[in-house]
Design a binder for this molecule. Structure first.
Ligand code: BTN
Length: 248
């Protein structure tokens, strides 16, 4: 039986954004384990203020209300833990070239198939984290606007065609399993696993920090899910706590 993710499911035909819907409803935020998923999103949101396009053909937009049983220090790891659960679910489908990119993109052959947006409510006394998952299942990248097409892929393009509901149940089982292990004190083991699944150790990346752009090599994760990189031409490690990195 699930303990943290997917205890109750709420289906909507159309909504602006499943994350915004949940975040604007304190009654829903109190329902630990709730999942809201929608057929259509009119203003899906991605990380860093970007838009998230759902495509027109049965892709998945879901928001999980999670009240994690974790020490506060580890809350910053939530996004990586949810990503690991999604990765593990997708890895049961026999996809080749599956990997996780810090902090929370799931890639197939370096193209994004799933994005995760974890947000917390500003409402006093509410501890819930809303983990929004957008997964491209159907069609191919031509179903998406030209500006994002080159970076995306879908499960169907890789020969896998699960229904949205099957996929949601599979994701919830795996995310729940990861969160159970985390609550039982295994976060370090899960972050080690994340590193192995990311296939990104040693990769060259470009990133911006404090107004400067840097080129570096990924060294691994820090204890709370931050990214450790070695700047080009330097032996010292630098920590990237937020934002994103671009593979070179
Ligand atoms: C990203 O990679 O930038 C994160 C994308 C997250 C998209 C999902 S779709 C369901 C949920 N509702 C939203 O508005 N966004 C998230």
């Amino acid at each position: 039986m699930r303990r943290f993710a997917g205890l109750h499911l709420l289906h909507l035909e159309s909504v602006d954004s499943t994350n915004s819907y949940v975040l604007s409803r304190p009654d829903l935020l109190l329902k630990a384990g709730l999942v809201v998923y929608a057929d259509h999103q009119t203003s899906g949101r991605g990380r860093m203020g970007r838009r998230w396009f759902l495509g027109s053909r049965g892709n998945l937009a879901a928001s999980l209300v999670i009240q994690p049983d974790l020490p506060k220090d580890y809350l910053s790891c939530m996004t990586l833990l949810v990503g690991l659960g999604v990765y593990e679910a997708l890895s049961t489908l026999g996809l080749e070239g599956l990997s996780i990119k810090w902090p929370n993109d799931i890639l197939i052959a370096d193209k994004k198939v799933c994005g995760i947006l974890c947000e917390t409510s500003g409402a006093a006394g509410l501890q819930a984290i809303v983990a929004g998952i957008g997964l491209n299942i159907r069609g191919d990248r031509d179903d998406f606007p030209p500006e994002v097409r080159g970076r995306l892929t879908t499960l169907e393009s890789h020969g896998v065609r699960p229904s949205r509901k099957e996929m949601l149940e599979l994701l919830l089982d795996h995310v729940d399993r990861v969160l159970c292990l985390a609550s039982e004190g295994h976060v370090d083991m899960l972050l080690d696993k994340w590193e192995r699944c990311s296939s990104s150790i040693g990769r060259r990346v470009r990133f911006s920090q404090d107004g400067n752009t840097h080129v570096a090599t990924i060294a691994g994760l820090g204890p709370h899910g931050d990214l450790r990189v070695r700047l080009a031409g330097s032996a010292s490690l630098v920590t990237v706590v937020s934002g994103e990195v671009e593979y070179l």
